[in-house]
Design a protein around this ligand. Sequence first.
Ligand code: NAD
Length: 256
Amino acid sequence: DLSGKTAIITGSNSGIGLGIAWELARAGADVVLNSFTDDDEDHALAKEIADETGTNARYIKADMSKGDECRQLIKDAGRCDILVNNAGIQHVAAIPEFPVEKWDAIIAINMSSAFHTTAVALPMMRKTGWGRVINISSAHGLTASPFKAAYIAAKHGVVGLTKTTALETAKEDITCNAICPGYVLTPIVEKQIPDTMKEYDMSREEVIENVMLTRQPSKEFATVEQIGGTTTFLCSDAAAQITGTTISVDGGWTAL
Ligand code: NAD
């Protein structure tokens, strides 16, 4: 039961972050949603969670590509028992052609943001004597593919940050772990299916099995609810001695 805890989830107005926010709220936590926009729809997402779960849910705008805004997000929330570093973007290009501004943005949003938020969150966790830091890495934090240099470097970096955070908090009731999802069916992934069907003249099933899930032996997507459930588990008492490690939710990808 996470009632009385406040969870901040970066990059949570869609996809995995939103799924994690829902699961943590269902487990009783007050949640802070975040992205870099400040639209009515963003605040409506928080209201929907609050109405449905009876928890306190808020949306706070902050751009995770900027270190000072990452730090301000945690300060604005006022309390942080559970920190989920989830914000992330992707860009696909070979290294010689990889745009420098995309490299910088991916390293900032996917990796450095977790350093900034953690730096402000840890003293807050120490004040209450309990904390959970959960970094959303990827199967690409443990393995590589061509043409995703920045993403893979950042996601590997997040695993390193996770281990260091765990060692610095090892004697306290604070843990830090990384979740490494394989392919997760989020709106962004769903939207790619029709185009890919046309491009390869394949059925939906063929695109999913033979194009998207080539490296996922289960041939099934992970779901945002499963990533949320893994996050909730890492916040439970059963997970109190799990720290500094990675949990793959990838249908066997990293076993190959
Ligand atoms: P998504 O695009 O739906 O979610 C990304 C979130 O980050 C969005 O809420 C977006 O608004 C936010 N975001 C982007 N730039 C931001 C910025 N500058 N400041 C604040 N927020 C920002 O995609 P997703 O699939 O839900 O991805 C969430 C996380 O999970 C990412 O870190 C991604 O790398 C990771 N992941 C996804 C998959 C997958 O298959 N979908 C697999 C492994 C890891």
